[in-house]
Design a binder for this molecule. Structure first.
Ligand SMILES: [Zn+2]
Length: 300
């Protein structure tokens, strides 16, 4: 018969279950401690995720890109494992800015090392077809892209306003030639089963620009995800409602994923959590990594 006084310490502590539990934890090796602290938390798993290397090409007139580059890159990195290189062109003058090529495109291998490029530039007057071919070449070979707002109205090569599907329109997936006044846009997600939009809800922006769909629809390679309605007053003084596709995806050259939205004129729109959720999910879809591992906990 064993006497309590001579029993090993761990046995004596059977009369004090809580104390024994704590005692047991005290002698756990450090690695086990780390395991227990992390159990039930997705963070350690996320830390092993290789970040997506994104290039943000931005700058030009009409928009506050000096602030929007930070709002966008930080807002996306809060939501997903994305690391940024920002190619910001500060030439903001209305005439010079729209004709100014972002210096990042001066090198033939400008896209080397990136998983995705976010085109948030505003340069309608960059119309040299050889330069445009250099910009499109990595995408032609399969590099995914996100195109935002004035990116859609950039690189207006010959025929852009005469119904021609220019090389840039072929890439974006939706020809657009102009926009209405700055008024609120009511956004309706028209495909709620798509992985990009399935957790998102419709919203109405503050004052924002509604880009037209100059051919009346997206190209055959594109798929609309949301429409925007905006009440505007026509030249006859009567109010009408414009209604255009504002969010879509495109499959460029049969293989390259492109996510696009014409929304994003004002800092207010770009900083809106609903806009950042949308663009984050579109970016992850473009690189085929719209999954739990690449979304951070805050975005789930
Ligand atoms: Zn704009």
């Amino acid at each position: 018969m064993r006497r309590l006084g001579k029993a090993p310490l761990i046995d004596r502590l059977e009369v004090l279950p809580m104390f024994r539990w704590r005692y047991g934890l005290c002698v756990l090796p450090a690695a086990a401690w780390l395991f227990l602290l992390g159990a039930g938390d997705a963070a350690p798993r996320e830390e092993n995720v290789k970040p997506i290397r994104a290039l943000l090409v931005t700058g030009g007139p009409y928009h506050d890109y000096a602030k929007q580059k930070d709002i966008l890159s930080k807002g996306i990195s809060v939501r997903a494992h994305v690391e940024w290189t920002i190619a910001y062109d500060p030439v903001h003058d209305l005439e010079q800015g729209k004709k100014h090529l972002n210096p990042v495109f001066e090198k033939a291998d400008w896209a080397k090392g990136f998983d995705v490029v976010v085109h948030d530039e505003c340069c309608s007057g960059v119309t040299d077809e050889a330069i445009l071919a250099r910009i499109l070449e990595p995408h032609r070979q399969g590099l995914p892209a996100v195109v935002l707002h004035c990116g859609m109205h950039s690189y207006r090569t010959e025929g852009w306003d005469k119904g021609k599907i220019t090389p840039w329109f072929e890439f974006t997936g939706l020809p657009s030639t102009g926009h209405g006044p700055r008024r609120p846009i009511a956004i309706t997600f028209t495909d709620k089963d798509n992985p990009i939009t399935k957790d998102l809800t419709d919203w109405t922006t503050g004052d924002e620009e509604l880009y037209n769909n100059s051919m009346g629809k997206v190209l055959d390679t594109a798929h609309p995800l949301a429409r925007g309605k905006q009440k505007v007053r026509g030249r006859d003084g009567k109010e009408r409602t414009d209604d255009f596709v504002v969010v879509w995806t495109n499959l460029y050259k049969g293989k390259t994923r492109v996510f696009a939205t014409t929304l994003g004129h004002t800092n207010e729109t770009v900083a809106d959590g609903r806009y950042l959720d949308l663009v984050t999910r579109g970016l992850l879809w473009a690189v085929d990594k719209l999954d739990e591992a690449h979304l951070k906990a805050a975005a789930k």
